[in-house]
Design a protein around this ligand. Structure first.
Ligand SMILES: O=C(CO)COP(=O)(O)O
Length: 254
């Protein structure tokens, strides 16, 4: 019973040392609900992982934004899951739509990455989501099912997996999914897990929403029964990220 609310801040390719320090100071000074109410994960670019980890309050966690599909070696520019373990980074975001579309990451490649990271003990936020064209042609759930299947086929334990539903049309556009739209897909995705993995995994796996979440729209989204948290881009660089973290209390008061 009870999927703990999770709020991730995906900083994407943003920040300077000065900005990182400023954001972390704001986070560290904030009063937020306790760790048993909300799990907060901050995901800076690779180069700032160690800095953020060294400065960040201990009740918040750090995630990388990607990692290589296997162990390290002659893979110029890549970072291995082993390196994340070595740095004490417990989480990684995989399969973000920006990597799928701009860097041609396929469903199979993302599935392989998820399986490998988990095998090394790194927890995974795995992203799925449809484009506007796919939504308009009524293939949203089909797309998400295929993306999720590529992960499901490669893993046997979902304990350390969080699914992030991030409709591509909502990312960075200011065009957030309505609470009803988000709930509909989260509910269908949970049903997919029930039918294709197990009822237990469907019940316990957190499905978080991402795409233009901000301090104003987070509460209504958080109130939806199958929305278990957020993956936040732009607003995670701003003080309103704290309001998004606090929206976890909507669940507790429900
Ligand atoms: O891609 C996202 C989080 O991973 C969402 O980005 P925005 O919140 O900027 O729309």
């Amino acid at each position: 019973m009870g999927r703990k609310f999770l709020v991730g801040g995906n900083w994407k390719c943003n920040g300077t040392i000065e900005e990182v320090k400023k954001i972390v100071t704001t986070l560290n000074e904030a009063e937020v609900p306790p760790e048993d109410v909300v799990e907060v994960i901050i995901s800076p670019p690779f180069v700032f992982l160690t800095l953020v980890k060294s400065l960040l309050r201990l009740d918040f966690y750090v995630a990388a934004q990607n990692c290589w599909v296997r162990n390290g070696g002659a893979f110029t520019g890549e970072i291995s899951a082993e390196m994340l373990v070595n740095l004490g980074i417990p989480w990684v975001i995989l399969g973000h739509s920006e990597r799928r579309s701009l860097l041609n990451e396929t469903n199979e490649f993302v599935g392989d990455k998820v399986a490998y990271a988990l095998s090394r003990g790194v927890k995974v936020i795995a992203c799925v989501g449809e484009t506007l064209e796919q939504r308009e042609s009524d293939s949203t759930m089909e797309v998400i099912a295929v993306q999720t299947k590529a992960i499901a086929e490669r893993i046997s334990n979902w304990d350390n997996v969080v699914l992030a539903y991030e409709p591509v049309w909502a990312i960075g556009t200011g065009k957030v999914a309505t609470p009803i739209q988000a709930q509909e897909i989260h509910c269908e995705l949970r049903k997919w897990l029930k039918d294709n993995v197990s009822p237990e995994v469907a019940e316990s796996t957190r499905i978080i929403y991402g795409g233009s979440v901000n301090g104003s729209n987070c509460k209504d989204l958080a109130a939806q029964p199958d929305v278990d948290g957020f993956l936040v881009g732009g607003a995670s660089l701003k003080p309103e990220f704290l309001d998004i973290i606090k929206s976890a209390t909507v669940k507790n008061s429900a």
